[in-house]
Design a protein around this ligand. Sequence first.
Ligand code: GLA
Length: 400
Amino acid sequence: MDSIRRCGNGEGMKDIVLRKFAEVFGDAGGTEVYFAPGRVNLIGEHTDYNGGHVFPCALTIGTYGAARKRTDDKLRFYSMNFDHLGIIESSLDDLTASQEAGWTNYPKGVIWAFGEKGMKAPCGMDLLLSGNIPNGSGLSSSASVEVLTGFILRDFFGFDVTNQDLALIGQYAENNFNKVNCGIMDQFAIAMGKENHAIFLDTADLSYEYAPIALKGAKIVIACSNKKRGLGDSKYNERRSECETALQELRQAADIRSLGELDEETFEKYKGSISDEVRKRRAKHAVYENQRTIRAVAALKANDIRRFGELMNESHISLRDDYEVTGIELDTLVEEAWKIDGVIGSRMTGAGFGGCTVSIVKDEAIDTFIAQVGKAYQDKIGYAADFYVVEIGGGPKKIS
Ligand code: GLA
């Protein structure tokens, strides 16, 4: 079945990007190669901009980049994922976002953000990328490019920043250059990734803990709906402002700084101060999802993977009914997954409105899962989903 992909570790990618770099930019002398992962969130959705917890992990798939400093101010970008666009040029004194700049708004945004923070790049660069994260899938290909760019800038120019700073600068670029009001989860998961571990991050203060994910006899399977989406044209910013308004209303009754400070009981006590029913459901999701995430990590630590799976399922229901960010594509993938013996848990992951689901599936059920969910999806939606059996990888690195 050609819609099954078992993701490799990118072996040979270094040679591929170097060869292409030489072809596109003339030669590859003095070029360095880097990698930054994509991410999947296991639980804790739409909590990161509400001062709640998230539980994402970095993947072994991600973005490879070949880069070389220039002697002038030019920036030349090329992506093997968008070959038809050719070389896209810019320069250090024209760091503005534009529609024509397409995907290059992500690396440009990060170069701009470094400058805003007093770390101006002293010269331009040629950068060639090749990613094996499906574009627009919700596995954070854009955050991967942002963290990769920051990592390259640090390596080239010796800027004094930690990996956590790379995450914050990436988010700053996304918010202020690309005008998507995202939280910190994606960039953090990517910059701080650790092999075989998920990151239990409290977005209220950025304290975090690595939790080992040892799924004995099961794997993480990602189903990509192939419904394209971009955060900018989605209702992401709208959800965010609904939560902000609900918080302001709650603050008239309770002394809180974020929805993440409430547990279910306190929310139920004060929810009457939210004047609109829709907003009440949005806030309920943010509060309950945060508590679910805390419980899910506790279940995992207690080796109760069954409970972890149930909480994943509850997360989906809440995102479907209260937060309303799923849609027929994601609901079909998840509801079909729930029918299969050997599926421990399944839910949408990322922003929603298209993108992917994440499921924990017992080894012996993976083939059935892919065949059955794949067929039901094709029958109902009219086009195919893609399936990826993924592994949890580390953070960004230079490939020497
Ligand atoms: C996107 C954003 C994240 C987070 C998720 C939803 O991936 O970039 O900050 O809000 O959606 O959990």
